[in-house]
Design a protein around this ligand. Structure first.
Ligand code: ATP
Length: 776
């Protein structure tokens, strides 16, 4: 039935209202406002028609733009604002619209639309509870929907549970669905169909939500995966970079193996080690052992030699330029090099320079290296006890490394340097092996071309190295001595020291301290004073040090006072710079003594005066020795005592005179170790002097070994001993007859300054040494 009376109509933009629902409507469009207020429906007629417009974005829809099914609603409340209004409506019925007019406002006739009768009530009841269940699920998953809505729906339905038109309208109005579906629901007149649409909508939107959630989850997972992938990629890149670094390391090593002139054995070894290294964890300790090994092996100067030349004349020039005197030594060196020049290969014995400290052994070797155009390197053997210092540690040991020889060659980067084996006599040996035997192998021309270092493990050719050894004494293993050609460098006499100081040491120090020649002059008197009272040595090392000390002090004075232009040093002002004299120059004894003789010793630091003193006291006829004497010297004292006792008669002594007397023989300085047989004469003289109470001439010094039967045997180090005697102000020196031939090597001025007497028996010694009134 159509109601011919027209009612104002308001087009709704975005909502479908179902009968039975109370809803607020916001009215803003002029036409709608007019419909509400101008027609005074508020006063006259409290009903209005509400219908959804077809296009939501249309502001001024026309008749055809409106759906034909809507609702008739009662206006419950109106709130008029400035340009708009808010009304609260309650939809009463759904209506079908007819004859819509669109003038100032929309107006339409309407007919109430009734739902069809429900046939299967039970089925609908079941469907209703099904919808509620779905709703519950829906609100749970749909986070934006308030879960309390379920209670509201239930309460609404409870108002009229058997009116299925009402129930379905309630459900439809709470349904979140597109407007078109809601409009269809409004237009539907079968509650059954309506509830089916609601179920379909809910299920599909839930499926959609599930899909969305699954998608979201997938996206999230995807993002996580992307992030993880990114992170892994970055990590892989870093690892690859590292590997590339290792690879480039490897390729460096490979390149070296290819380009270096490795021996066949070394090449194979290097390749095998590299292969091993590649398979190792590069962070492991083991790989660093292999890497270090390869580094060392490949850092060796394989096939590298300096252009060595042996120009004898040039060598002579350089040796003369750097060293005063040492004629014999220089000659021997030149001879040696001459052989080398011809034979090209060093097959002969190794040179060994033996002499006290500071006589120029080291600097001589440096000059030889320079003259030959070879590099110089020094292997300090002093204190070496462990064989592995020469031959290296096996590389399986942690922290193992090659021996010194290999290390030095690596450092000097050539295979033919001049290598100084310094202090070869100071090498020790203990449980860790005998370094001397390892050194023998190094020095043996037959073996050293295939020397094997424990660390390197491959043969290395040492045969091109020119080894020169130095030592302070002959205290060397026999085997080593045999392998070497000994060149003895004895100490210098005063005159030589003076020349060395004037021509070498002083210019060197001036140059070193950047002092001009005219700024400092040291006259001969001062130099002699330096030699006599500030040094006590065979060489010139202390002399050089003292000169250095003077130059530094002079430099300091010149720099601190601009007025001082030059400082001449003479014996008068030397003490100003060096302080009081350090040593006495002159006799060891002031008077002739009973039981005290001056002997001459040859020590590592050169010749020395040796006082031998003795006392007697009641005892059993024994001899006791002190003064850190070595076994040989102790035995020599025993022999001298026995010799004395066997000859006591000839000195006018009876057995009773000495049988109950013990002798104590002492050799100061007590802390310095002394050894050797050459003090025999002096010990014998001391004992005779003590027992006969005849003093020994203080100006006499002596050297010579004695036999039990009183024969005097020759000694070594004559030159050193004579130098010491001359330094010590001795006038007469008694030497064994067999040493007279050695006097040829003694500088003439020494021979001139000393009275040198030779003897072959101890009787002759006593005659010359004891202050015998008959002799005087
Ligand atoms: N005959 C000499 N002419 C010039 N200078 C010399 C002479 N002898 C030694 N010297 C100088 O004396 C200093 C010490 O010499 P060097 O170091 O060579 O002694 P050394 O014999 O090797 O001693 P050590 O046995 O303690 O190693 C050096 O500066 C050296 O140049």
């Amino acid at each position: 039935m159509t109601n011919k009376e027209k009612l104002p109509l308001i087009a709704l933009k975005d909502m479908v209202i179902f009968p039975g629902m109370v809803a607020p409507i916001f009215v803003g469009r002029t036409k709608s406002l007019k419909a509400l207020f101008d027609t005074k429906i508020i006063d006259n007629n409290r009903y209005i028609l509400l219908v959804l417009q077809k296009q939501q974005d249309q502001d001024t829809p026309d008749i055809q733009d409106l759906h034909s099914t809507g609702v008739i609603a009662k206006i419950i409340q109106t709130v008029r604002l400035q340009n708009n209004a808010k009304i609260l409506v309650e939809a009463i019925h759904k209506v079908s619209l007819h004859n819509i007019t669109n003038k100032e406002i929309f107006e339409a006739e309407y007919s109430i639309l009734h739902d069809e009768e429900v046939i299967d009530v039970e089925a609908l009841k079941a469907s209703t509870s099904n919808v509620i269940e779905l709703f519950t699920k829906y609100t749970k998953t749909h986070k934006k929907i308030n879960p309390e809505i379920i209670e509201t729906i239930a309460a609404e339905i409870a108002k009229n549970p058997t009116d299925f038109s009402y129930v379905t309208n309630v459900l439809a109005s709470y349904l979140t669905a597109p407007l078109l579906i809601k409009q269809t629901l409004l237009e539907e007149t079968k509650p059954q169909s309506r509830i089916k649409t609601i179920i379909d909508t809910l299920t599909s939107s839930m499926a959609q939500m599930d899909a969305e959630q699954a998608l979201q989850l997938r996206v999230k997972k995807q993002i996580e995966k992307t992030q993880r992938d990114y992170y892994l990629h970055e990590q892989m890149k870093a690892i690859q970079k590292e590997l590339e670094h290792d690879k480039s390391d490897f390729s460096d090593i490979e390149k070296k193996i290819k380009t270096l002139k490795l021996s066949k054995e070394a090449k194979e070894k290097a390749e095998a080690e590299l292969k091993k290294l590649k398979l190792m964890n590069q962070m492991s300790g083991e790989s660093s052992v292999v890497r270090n090994y390869l580094d060392t092996l490949l850092a060796m100067p394989w096939g590298k030699f300096d252009n060595s030349k042996t120009d004898i004349n040039k060598t002579r020039e350089i040796l003369d330029r750097d060293h005063f005197g040492l004629e014999k030594v220089k000659e021997r060196v030149i001879e040696y090099l001459a052989v080398l020049q011809r034979s090209k290969k060093i097959k002969g014995p190794i040179l060994c320079l033996i002499g006290p400290p500071g006589v120029g052994k080291t600097s001589l070797v440096k000059s030889i290296a320079e003259a030959m155009g070879r590099k110089y390197t020094k292997f300090a053997l002093g204190g070496i006890r462990d064989e592995s210092e020469i031959r290296g540690h096996r590389k399986t040991y942690l922290g193992s490394m090659p021996g010194k020889i290999i290390n030095l060659i690596k450092k000097v980067k050539t295979n033919n340097p001049v290598m100084l084996l310094d202090e070869i006599d100071k090498m020790g040996s203990d449980f860790r092996g005998d370094p001397a035997s390892a050194l023998l192998e190094v020095l043996d021309p037959e073996q050293n071309s295939n020397f094997v270092d424990h660390y390197l493990e491959v043969e290395y050719d040492l045969s091109e190295i020119m080894f020169i050894a130095t030592a302070n004494s002959y205290n060397l293993p026999r085997a080593l001595l045999d392998r070497m050609e000994i060149i003895n460098i004895s100490g210098y006499v005063e005159e030589e020291k003076l020349q060395i100081a004037k021509n070498y040491l002083i210019p060197k120090q001036l140059e070193m301290h950047k002092i001009k020649k005219n700024e400092l002059t040291i006259d001969d008197g001062a130099i002699l004073e330096l030699i006599r009272y500030y040094t006590k040595e065979s060489g010139v090392r202390s002399l050089e040090r003292e000169i250095g000390s003077v130059t530094r002090k002079v430099l300091q004075r010149i720099l601190s006072n601009k007025k001082i232009k030059s400082i001449p040093i003479s014996s008068a002002n030397l003490a100003e710079y060096l302080g009081v004299k350090k040593y006495d120059f002159g006799l060891a004894e002031k008077e002739d003594q009973i039981g005290s003789t001056t002997g001459l010793a040859y020590t590592e630091v050169g010749g020395e005066l040796l006082t031998i003193e003795a006392l007697s006291f009641p005892g059993k006829g024994d001899i006791k020795t002190t003064g850190k004497l070595g076994d040989v010297m102790k035995e020599s004292a025993q022999a001298a005592y026995s010799c004395f006792r066997s000859r006591a008669n000839s000195f006018g002594l009876k057995y009773e005179d000495y049988k109950d007397l013990d002798i104590h023989l002492h050799v100061p300085a007590g802390a310095i170790p002394k050894d050797g047989p050459s003090a025999g004469c002096a010990i014998f003289t001391t004992i005779v002097s003590l027992m006969t109470k005849v003093p020994v001439n203080r100006t006499v010094a002596m050297t010579g070994e004695i036999t039990l039967r009183g024969t005097v045997l020759p000694i070594g180090g004559l030159k050193e001993k004579l130098l010491a005697a001359s330094r010590g102000g001795i006038q007469t020196v008694i030497i064994p007859k067999d040493n007279v031939k050695d006097l040829e090597d003694i500088p003439p001025n020494i021979k001139k300054s000393l009275e040198i007497l030779s003897v072959s028996t101890i009787d002759e010694v006593l005659k010359l040494a004891l202050v015998n009134k008959k002799n005087n």
